[in-house]
Design a protein around this ligand. Structure first.
Ligand code: ASP
Ligand code: MG
Length: 537
């Protein structure tokens, strides 16, 4: 019941929020929704024991299965932006352990914008200025705020001194190779894990900081974008099994690793997710948890559709598809280790930890439509061959023209004599553009502006049901589909509509697929009903 209430309140909240990623207003209110259980835990006068507390928690499928779940928890830079946020994460880890969760490892990014600041510091050093004051202040202030002790302070100061020396070297040598850049950015994560471990120990959670190479994260020597060595998972598994006390939480640096020569490498921006999935897969943990400040992946952009709801589960393929459409989910490469070992990845909200979030796992019998995404302001280009039917080489000429102009195509549909495709606003073409000249040699070209792409991430085996609903709704509303595209095995179906009809179109579709409020009779039970069922204790 309680969860239902929270759920209803969240929907109300989401209805008022203006951003796809939540902003402070949402965070503030949703964390106040959790004030009751949190206060109960920390107030010693409250006679509630841990088991009472547990019993009072809403029993959802995910909460009941959380018991003794072995996990890796990952926190990104914005979750660790300052002393307050580090503390929030430490308290969250503590309460998750109290709930029966067993984090084998916690993977941390660098604090806040530290990675960017380190990269900027490198540029400044090349220009002759060495300055790490801002980074020193951020880290030392956090240590001061919680009185984390002299030992940690010395350790962080030593890292900052080493960083300063390195930057002086950059200034003198006027050289900043990819290898040096990896060494430079590594300081962020090396500092953040030490601070997190210290705060956890201080609040009574045994924890130890590890530079990831000490737990076996080894990569090739492709600095800046290194690949985890195939032998690494076995090494990681052994180290966790033999060397790490299961009673301590290993706090591990995300993003960075060593190559076989012991040089520091990085996994590419945002690489901490990959560190977490690599550890989770290597140790065959029950769940990989990526903690953010949203209730998981949303059914649609809440800025456009106020009724948007968090999605309870998506398949790895759907999540990858959503990532390509700009949803804030894991990079498809970061999901690979989890996908191979069939380990679920759960995206959770550190400001609303009771919410089950979105779980990304292998596809099972799912809902008709998982999410609706869109892209505004695209250009639709209609290209009709002026050659004879059956002439070959038409498509190849068309694509060569796009390649020559370095234009990347989003959605495409074709027949034997014509191709329609869309271009992102950033890549739009205008009359007199080289592309138009090249295409006109073989085709008639029409460029139409102000279009939008609607993409449904949907169950491909039920395409006819999806299309039947979409077209009946569009017909009723007089919305014209200008182009349609669906791959053979892909999980998406895309429609091109006029940009000024976009919001109406997705609002009506969302009402059908997620809100049980469809304009027309749906062919099957609405996903909102399925969703509600999943939340019923
Ligand atoms: N700190 C790194 C970055 O900002 C890695 C990460 O956050 O995942 O890209
Ligand atoms: Mg980051």
């Amino acid at each position: 019941m309680k969860l239902r209430l929270i759920h209803t309140l969240l929907l109300a909240l989401l209805a008022n929020t203006n951003a796809f990623t939540p902003h402070s207003a949402l965070l503030k209110v949703s964390s106040s929704l959790l004030a009751t259980p949190k206060d109960d835990l920390s107030d010693p006068s409250a006679s509630e024991s841990l088991s009472n507390y547990r019993a009072s928690l809403p029993l959802t499928r995910s909460d009941s299965s959380i018991q003794q779940k072995r996990t890796v928890m990952k926190f990104g830079g914005s979750s660790l932006a300052d002393a307050g946020r580090i503390d929030h994460v430490a308290q969250l880890i503590k309460s998750q352990i109290a709930l029966g969760n067993r984090p084998a490892a916690v993977v941390c990014s660098a604090m806040g914008k530290t990675t960017n600041n380190l990269l900027n510091a490198g540029d400044f050093a090349l220009e002759g200025r060495v300055n790490v004051d801002a980074l020193r202040t951020l880290h030392l202030q956090t240590i001061e705020e919680f009185q984390l002790g002299e030992h940690l302070k010395n350790e962080i100061n030593a890292l900052l001194d080493e960083l300063e020396n390195m930057l002086s070297g950059v200034k003198l040598l006027q050289e900043l190779s990819p290898r040096s850049l990896d060494m430079l950015v590594s300081f962020g994560e090396r500092m953040s894990v030490r601070m997190m471990a210290a705060r956890l120990n201080q609040i009574g959670v045994p924890a130890e900081a590890y530079d990831s190479w000490n737990i076996g994260m080894l990569t090739d020597s492709n600095f800046g974008d290194a690949t985890v060595l195939p032998s690494a998972p076995e090494t990681i598994r052994k180290i966790f099994a033999d060397k790490i006390d299961p009673g301590t939480v290993a706090i591990v640096t995300g993003f960075i690793a060593h190559d076989p020569n012991g040089k520091i490498t990085t996994l590419g921006r945002g690489g901490s997710d990959l560190t977490a999935t690599t550890i989770g897969a290597a140790c065959e943990l029950d769940e990989i948890q990526v903690w953010k400040d949203v209730d998981g992946i949303m059914s649609c952009d809440p800025r456009m559709v106020p009724g948007a709801v968090p999605i309870s589960s998506v398949s790895f393929e759907e999540a990858a598809e959503l990532a390509y459409f700009g949803a804030k989910v894991l990079h498809p490469i970061a999901m690979m280790p989890a996908m191979r070992k069939r380990i679920p990845v759960r995206v959770k909200n550190s400001y609303n930890p009771e919410h089950p979030g979105t779980v990304i796992k292998n596809r099972e019998e799912g809902r008709l439509v998982t999410a609706i995404t869109c892209k505004r302001d695209v250009q639709l280009i209609d290209i009709s061959s002026t050659r004879m039917l059956g002439a070959y080489g038409f498509l190849s000429t068309v694509f060569s023209a796009f390649e020559k102009s370095k234009l990347s195509v989003d959605v495409l549909a074709s027949s034997e004599v014509s191709v329609s495709l869309t271009l992102d606003k950033k890549h739009s073409v205008y009359s007199g553009h080289q592309l138009c000249d090249d295409l006109r040699e073989v085709a008639d070209v029409k460029v139409k502006n102000n279009k939008a792409i609607i993409t449904l991430i949907a169950d491909v085996s039920r395409t006819s049901e999806v299309l039947a609903t979409v077209f009946q709704v569009f017909m009723r509303q007089g919305i014209e589909v200008e182009m349609l595209s669906q791959g053979a095995s892909k999980v998406n179906i895309s429609f091109i509509v006029k940009d000024d009809e976009l919001v109406d179109a997705i609002t009506f579709l969302h009402a059908c697929f997620f809100e049980d409020n469809c304009l027309i009779e749906m062919p099957c039970p609405s996903p909102e009903e399925e969703y509600a069922r999943e939340f019923t204790p």
